[in-house]
Design a protein around this ligand. Sequence first.
Ligand code: NAD
Length: 394
Amino acid sequence: MPHYRWLIIGAGMTGDSAVKGIREVDATSPIGLIGAEPSPPYNRPPLSKGLWKDQHLEQIWRDTPQVGVDLHLGCRVIQLDKTGKSVVDDRGTVFTFEKLLLATGGAPRHLPFDTTGNRIIYYRTVEDYRRLRALVGTGQRFAVIGGGFIGSEIAAALTLNGKHVVMLFPEAGIGARVFPAPLATMLNAYYHEKGVEVLVGEVVTDLRMRGEQTILTTQGGREITADGVVAGVGIQPNDELASAAGLPTDNGILVDELLRAGHPDIYAAGDVARFFNPALGMRLRVEHEDNANTMGHAAGRNMAGQAAPYHHLPFFYSDLFDLGYEAVGDLDSRLVTVEDWKAPFREGVVYYLKDGRVRGVLLWNVWGQVDNARALIAQPGPFRPEDLTGRLPA
Ligand code: NAD
């Protein structure tokens, strides 16, 4: 029965960052890292960005194996006993621990009509990348379901690789849950100019196979024939292990400011963890790279005894063809938005306001302003929309 002083479930970016955090405090005690994917930890953002441009697969791997850790890959933990301080994996191996980190991430949502389960790539892992890369080698027409982060990035990636892409999603515009309506509408036109067929307000209701091709039927009565289908329709936090063990969950594992998950020796971090952020005055669950890295690292240090509250407000970023942005805070397009363009839809800042406070900032082709945006979000205000124009330099 393997015993670890530090045991981490989840070998993603969060798990790797936690290993590094532990090693800053404790150079020698055994660390066990259990991952359901067969691959060791890797950077996830290149899967929908750099690998379709100039980056190579060899460049995505993290150096986890070099820092002294036992990797247990292709193993899924199916049970957690918080009293006995042990977990069991799907091969029946029992691991005991002194302290445990749950960095189990999220699982892609699947579409209800997809009963075959093997035609749509619910894009998330390096295995999904390999599958799509192989299809790109033979196919020409691709359907991309979803207008969020995955949908917008993969549609751009496939188009840049010379493929014909049909993109469809229920909202009125690309990224409409995040961007104000005029910006999302502009993105529809921008993607169209780049050669993407953008079908707004449209959802897939069924699929059938014809040889190697997949034919999608939409609610609006269209039929779309594709050599490959990619979906990005959101993820669900992998919190079942925690809830079955009696740890507090609510659409994610609830953690305190030291990232403890309702038990003095069990922590959670990354996409799966719901934490309180003082600047926003609410709990957040963040599904982006900066949070995975920063929170994972903080959890590792906290577990190893260098406890510090996690008050970080994570940022995120994306590339949409030649456009790029960084963003921080709560970017909910239902909030009051103040658009401050230096060049309309090409360079500028969007502020998200609620009850006189800035909740989020979108830095559209504006760089080096993330910390200033964080400082603005921490200010009590009150701000009126007109106070914000020119606040951060575009
Ligand atoms: P998302 O939440 O960004 O987007 C989900 C999208 O699903 C919605 O915008 C909507 O268009 C679509 N949708 C929902 N139901 C649908 C339906 N029935 N038919 C068609 N479309 C439907 O999630 P995602 O794009 O799947 O991304 C997954 C995760 O990966 C997210 O957590 C995201 O934050 C993360 N991610 C982040 C980045 C980044 O930070 N740049 C990049 C890629 C992925």
